[in-house]
Design a protein around this ligand. Structure first.
Ligand SMILES: Nc1ncnc2c1ncn2[C@@H]1O[C@H](COP(=O)(O)OP(=O)(O)OP(=O)(O)O)[C@@H](O)[C@H]1O
Length: 241
């Protein structure tokens, strides 16, 4: 793995209070890896992503991306693309425009940019969908369009929050293949929240487990699985006691 000190995403003593919940994140998410974020519902997985993306501001601590302090940077200024479970597209804009926004928020697109949008759409199997409105696409097609937008943005970090959760098993598998393909090509740093153990094993090479607002485990995949299996066995044994 290409990790070296200061590379990837580093969260140093990042503290935040939301309502009655406290979060305290301290971890490194390695550069060029696919890191899965697992953990119980309500443990703080989305909050972790929101802190990296800049949708939440830490009360204290530092978020670094490839050695650069993100403090004061608006989400749009950060070196990241985002794909969430839904709500990725603007409903009143056609697919070409939605993807073009990934290149330029003001939609000032050169001829080359326009070509890049069409190429990205072809790449995700949506060639010819340029003029379609999001409401006329299936869930899987909308997710593909969101991938196309991430593709044209060419940012070093891609954050995904349960991106495939709403899709049926076949679509999940083909979107996962697409993600691996894009990662192979771009070598970007990917952080993906998932509740699906098979997806985690298939896609990730690193994983963190969030519990009660903290990172309980952060490890390469094999070690993560071993520690989680031990935790499951311990949990079952202590429940039988
Ligand atoms: N703006 C907010 N104000 C108050 N509480 C919040 C806010 N945002 C999140 N929380 C709370 O913080 C906790 C963590 O939320 P978060 O969405 O990060 O969990 P999660 O691990 O992603 O959960 P899930 O797997 O169910 O999506 C939850 O209890 C949530 O209700």
């Amino acid at each position: 793995m290409l990790t070296k000190d200061g590379d990837g995403i580093v969260m140093k003593d990042v503290r935040l209070r939301l309502g009655s919940k406290d979060f305290d994140f301290h971890c490194t998410l390695p550069k060029a890896a696919i890191t899965a974020v697992a953990g119980p519902s309500g443990s703080g997985k989305s909050t972790l992503l929101n802190l990296i993306a800049g949708f939440e501001t830490p009360d204290s601590g530092t978020v670094l991306i490839d050695g650069v302090d993100m403090a004061g940077l608006h989400p749009s200024e950060r070196p990241i693309s985002l794909i969430f479970q839904d709500n990725n597209l603007f409903a009143h804009l056609d697919i070409f425009t939605n993807v073009g926004l990934g290149i330029s928020p003001s939609l000032k697109l050169s001829q080359t940019d326009r070509q890049r949008v069409c190429t990205a759409l072809q790449r995700v199997g949506l060639g010819g969908f340029e003029k379609r409105m999001p409401g006329t696409l299936s869930g899987g097609e909308r997710q593909r369009a969101a991938f196309a937008r991430a593709l044209v943005r060419q940012r070093p970090v891609l954050l995904l929050d349960e991106p495939f959760a709403a899709l049926d098993p076949d679509l999940r598998a083909s979107m996962a293949d697409l993600l691996l393909e894009l990662h192979r090509e771009s070598g970007n740093t990917i952080v993906m929240v998932t509740h699906d153990a098979d997806e985690l094993r298939r896609l990730a090479n690193h994983a963190v487990y969030v519990d009660q607002g903290r990172i309980a485990i952060a490890a390469p995949l094999n070690e993560f699985i071993r520690v989680r299996e031990l935790a499951d066995v311990d949990g079952k044994c202590s429940r039988q006691d």
